[in-house]
Write a protein that binds this ligand. Structure first.
Ligand code: HEM
Length: 410
């Protein structure tokens, strides 16, 4: 699918592949700087010979994300499929929350919002802090050098989401492995289907156990309140639990690893963070979210009505991709956008996306990040990286950017 264009004199630029390679672990691929400066939107090749438009500028990204003219439904003709995970999702019985449109989407989302409000997260803060303290106790007991990913970045958000959902943390090796298989950009369709199938089976058994003996957790509440045939069936219940479990740890864990490395690589900013009060540290988390923008896989939509985006007319039926990392480095929205500046006002970033699908777990993620960075750097002031930046063990081609491992010592 090619795109039509309003400004006919503007050639349509293309990217050879998405995501392009990064030259810096903390920054989006260099190509985006050039693409943001182009008048017209570029296109990029995806599966099935399609060439969706690629949105790289902040204002354009916000406009598309806020517009009802773009659908997140994969089964609409023209939706830009990009990976085995997409093909597997398309084959699934029902779309996940992220792949539905309003009003159906809001109906599903409202069943979950009360568990993710700031008030609820405030009440959870002592538990989150306890989990962080215990995990750092373990890290210090084992001693350095250590892999920060396996010893801190993965366990903290995994334990928190397990607590919230009521999933036994003892199963973490199983669900972390299955989730990694499902999200690895280069897995085959069958591998993705098998990984999600096994995870679904496990969560189904857990749902049955919770129906028999409900507990004080989100999954039990969903089972009790929502598992009414005709409203939410068992399959949807399992999908919801799986979305929350995977979204709950995959993202925040990558932000913990990358955020710690970014602060260690910018000692002046680490000083600002440590000297700051809670308000400054909260702002620092926003700036790290903006600067690192880990959701590197583009947001995917298909236009349902002709819509002008910047200088480009997107026709109904054409696919659109949005790069949040690029939008968050747009100098039109953030002065010196490539500089990590923990004092800048950054809260309008798009790291949690924008519009109706913006992250449901953002209050939880913000709190986990604030408390983890703060506790780690306060309790382990001599923390340092073992490897130079060029030798970082980064994930490649995954939907969420981050480290496989990060060697630290103190
Ligand atoms: C730093 C951590 C996180 C980042 C950067 C992040 C980022 C995002 C982004 C970019 C989206 C939009 C997805 C799309 O439109 O395709 C999203 C949606 C979502 N996130 Fe997060 N997320 C984080 C943590 C969490 C946590 C802890 C949870 C808790 C369970 C969570 C649950 C969700 C859910 C359920 C959605 C779908 C919302 C909807 O479609 O209405 N996220 N997140």
């Amino acid at each position: 699918m090619g795109g039509s264009q309003m400004a006919s004199s503007q050639p349509v630029r293309t990217l050879d592949a998405y995501p392009a390679e990064r030259s810096c672990p903390f920054s989006p691929p260099d190509d985006f700087e050039r693409l943001r400066a182009e008048q017209a939107l570029p296109t990029v090749p995806v599966l099935r010979g399609q060439r969706p438009w690629l949105v790289t500028r902040y204002e354009d990204a916000k406009a598309v994300l806020a517009s009802p003219n773009f659908s997140a439904r994969m089964d609409r003709p023209g939706f830009p499929l990009m990976s085995a995970t997409d093909v597997q999702q398309l084959r699934a019985e029902r779309p996940t929350l992220i792949r539905t449109d309003d009003p159906e989407h809001l109906q599903k989302r409202r069943r979950l919002t009360r568990d993710f409000t700031v008030k609820r997260i405030n009440a959870l803060e002592p538990e989150i802090q306890r989990i962080i303290d215990e995990t750092i106790d373990d890290l210090l007991r084992v001693g350095g050098p250590a892999d920060l990913v396996s010893e801190l970045a993965l366990p903290v958000p995994s334990r928190v989401i397990c607590l919230l959902l009521g999933v036994p943390y003892e199963q973490h090796e199983f669900f972390q492995r299955k989730s990694a298989q499902a999200l690895a950009g280069r897995s085959g369709v069958d591998d993705v289907a098998a990984a999600l199938g096994e995870l679904g089976e496990y969560l189904g058994e857990l749902a049955d156990a919770k129906r028999r003996a409900p507990q004080q957790d989100l999954f039990s509440r969903l089972v009790q309140e929502l598992h009414v045939p005709g409203i939410v069936d068992r399959g949807e219940l399992i999908d919801t639990a799986m979305t929350l479990l995977i979204a709950g740890f995959e993202t925040t864990s990558n932000m913990i690893g990358l955020g710690v490395a970014a602060l260690l690589c910018h000692p002046d900013q680490l000083e600002v963070f440590l000297a700051g009060d809670r308000a400054l540290q909260e702002n620092a988390v926003e700036e790290l979210l903006r600067y690192l923008s880990i959701a590197q896989h583009p947001r995917q939509f298909v236009a349902v009505a002709d819509t002008q985006v910047g200088n480009t007319l997107i026709r109904a039926g054409e696919g659109v991709l949005i790069s949040l990392p690029s939008a968050n480095r747009d100098p039109a929205a953030f002065a010196d956008a490539d500089v990590l500046d923990l004092r800048r006002p950054a809260r309008h970033h798009l790291a949690f996306s924008y519009g109706t699908h913006q992250c449901l777990g953002q209050a939880l993620a913000r709190r986990e990040l604030l408390l983890t960075y703060r506790t780690l750097f306060t309790r382990v002031p001599s923390l340092r990286l073992v490897d130079p930046v060029e030798e970082f063990d980064l994930k490649s081609h995954t939907r969420v950017h981050g480290f496989n491992s990060l060697n630290v010592t103190w």
